[in-house]
Design a protein around this ligand. Structure first.
Ligand code: DC
Length: 235
């Protein structure tokens, strides 16, 4: 499996790391992409890596709950993240799969493949080397960035919101992603439970993370607050 930063660089010099974690639909991608542009950082969506591996598992008929089989699959898998304006472009074994990664089936499968410890260790190593290879620094978003991938990150933001607010936002963004809002809320609750209760790196805020509950906030308010948080810490 290989990963490629925006310039393919393998320079091992770490710039600023902004870690953004939180449950699905809390606004992580929007915030990460805004902060990356605002502060000139590379934007890396770690969920896209789990989604790409999940897509490969689905395509190859690998049992998602068989950790050894999923780990074996990683040995012959090449995932490339190419940062772009509207989020990461993802190549799986050389072919673009960006458009398929948000399918409900892939979404659920990503949450299943990500419970396996050895699969996570392999992902974490790749994520660290990607972050370290960006001399300009990174905004990395996921579930365990502040707790496991970059526990020394100087800026850690944990974005949260009620499941209803997250469901409303997701449904407004991607009405085709679920049959109806109820189905979407159920899928989100199931995924939250799996992400928060898994043994390996469960979704939780790092002790020194700033927790921002965005339930009653507009997008502009969230962006304004997160820009202020990063500015405070780098100035
Ligand atoms: O952020 P996302 O919705 O694209 O993530 C898809 C799944 O991948 C999510 O259910 C949990 C998993 N994931 C993870 O376990 N750790 C990460 N750092 C990122 C995502």
């Amino acid at each position: 499996m290989t990963f490629q930063g925006n310039n393919g660089s393998d320079v091992s010099r770490q710039g600023l790391v902004v870690a953004i974690d939180g449950p699905a639909g809390a606004g992580k991608s929007t915030v990460a992409s805004h902060l990356a542009k605002r502060f000139g950082l590379l934007n890396l969506e770690t969920g896209a890596m789990y989604r790409a591996l999940a897509l490969k598992a689905l395509r190859s008929g690998t049992a998602l709950d068989d950790g050894e089989a999923v780990l074996l699959l990683t040995r012959s898998t090449h995932i490339t993240l190419e940062p772009g304006d509207g989020g990461n472009r993802v190549l799986l074994d050389g072919s673009e799969v960006t458009g398929e990664l948000r399918n409900p089936e892939v979404t659920a499968a990503a949450s299943h493949v990500s419970v396996h410890g050895p699969v996570r260790e392999w992902m974490v190593a790749a994520q660290r080397s990607l972050g370290n290879a960006s001399p300009s620094g990174v905004v990395m978003e996921g579930r365990d960035i502040g707790t496991v991938v970059f526990p020394q990150a100087p800026v850690k933001i944990f974005l949260d919101a009620s499941v209803e607010a997250r469901g409303d936002r997701r449904f407004a963004q991607q009405p085709a992603a679920a049959e109806n809002k109820e189905a979407l809320l159920k899928e989100m609750r199931d995924r939250d439970t799996r992400d928060r209760s898994r043994e390996q790196s469960p979704l939780k805020p790092a002790e020194d993370a700033i927790i921002l509950d965005t339930t009653g906030l507009s997008l502009d308010q969230v962006l304004e607050r997160t820009v202020a948080l990063v500015s405070e810490r780098i100035l």
